[in-house]
Design a protein around this ligand. Sequence first.
Ligand code: AMP
Ligand code: SF4
Length: 502
Amino acid sequence: MAVNGSLVAAPEAREACGVFGIYGPGEDVSRLTYFGLFALQHRGQESAGIAVSDGRDITVYREMGLVSQVFDETTLSRLRGDLAIGHTRYSTTGSTSLANAQPMVAEWRGGKIALSHNGNLVNTAALRRELESQGEVFEATSDSEVMLRMVAREADRAGSVEEAVAACMPRWRGAYSLAILTEDSVMAVRDPYGVRPLCIGRLNSEAVVFASESCALTLIGSEFLREVEPGELVMADQDGMRSRAVVSSPREALCVFEYIYLARPDSKIGDHLVHEARSGLGQQLAVDQPVEGDVVIPVPDTGWPAAIGYAERSGLPFGEGLIRNRYVPRTFIQPDQRLRELGVKIKLNPLREALAGRRIVMVDDSIVRGTTKKGIIRMIRNAGAKEVHVRISAPPIRWPCYYGVDTSNRSELIAARRSTVEEVREDIGADSLGYQSVPGMLKGLRIPRRKLCLACFTGRYPIPIPKDVKLSKLDLEESAWREGEEKPKTSAPAPSPTETPG
Ligand code: AMP
Ligand code: SF4
């Protein structure tokens, strides 16, 4: 779900939320949804919500905060029913508001509809204008509300929510993985490019479960059945589970960042265990970006699998040099730059004994703004390290994301602000810096390029983005940008030796 600052502003991608749904007559669906959301907490820590249906009416409870803060025995006990959906929302500055928390609920002539959304539409502004011209008044400022209102209006016309969703899907452009609840059914919907993950599980032979990631299925003891296909609408109700292919697309475009950073390592996406994908990236990085050092250390937690892969392939010893306070959410979530910087210290502590006097090879998944990296490198040096060599399992992030991940505006991306990798190295204060190349990333992942979105690395956006929306995040010498161009004639960093753009 993404949030607009004003009615006509272009949508800003803010989050990579987690969605969950269950059709489970006789099951404690609200508690199962609670546990499912708990497993998806890494996808969003701003707000959490559950909508449940008892067959006659839908009740929703949503609040700002972590899943464990939002729900307790009292709130859960009020959410009684046989079907439920849930949501965890990720957000940063500017979009923090309970009105934007999910699931959102709307009414149609046949009852209520609740919706949980992960992703971001790129044509929200146009859709919203159209609805407003028809008299629709919005409560929140998100693309998810636009989607929900569209479904409700269409349901009034079509007489069924399922038909309404199918009618709306071709009109939604962008990334959407949805869980939708009516009084008597739960639906899972994925955009035709399959940008965000969504999978299906089975619990106790009858219950059908939908979740952003398979780790949520595993936690509640359900069996992984398959992924929701791109462009597919899967419906679970008293007649069982059925599916229809609603929209097709020229290609798949699963977000490669799910493998690099977003998803949990114990989730399986597109038949690949995320942990293996990350350690494959680390292995490839060791081949393409070798360095002499005494010990390979991960930046906890997301850098762990890549560091393991790097150490394995390089033959260098692996060690822990940074200890993480597990009770602090991801630093990126902090609302402003000052708190983000402080966040590094709150989150990580150096293990002096492992670092002092040694040449450290520090492996992490990605560099976005570079703020965290800078703080960590300073911390490692202060702990007595002789050298700090940074190896990054993703290529330089030079382009913003419009499909639901907060990788910032272009002017905030350190690899877009600096002309060369050398300049980035200097900025973050490392002795050497080696990024993964785009071909190296694909080789490490063992996934064909045609199945993935790589746009934040290449600038090639698989789903066309309206020009005003595109410009809203290209505040870095944006005048040089032209539609269809892969690179502006500005300061993109020189590709690393093995890298070929695109
Ligand atoms: P920095 O060094 O300040 O650029 O921070 C990069 C780190 O933030 C990465 O190593 C990731 O662990 C994390 N990260 C990367 N992308 C995101 C994102 N979209 N949202 C939150 N955290 C992110
Ligand atoms: Fe993922 Fe990057 Fe594509 Fe956004 S632009 S969907 S973060 S690969």
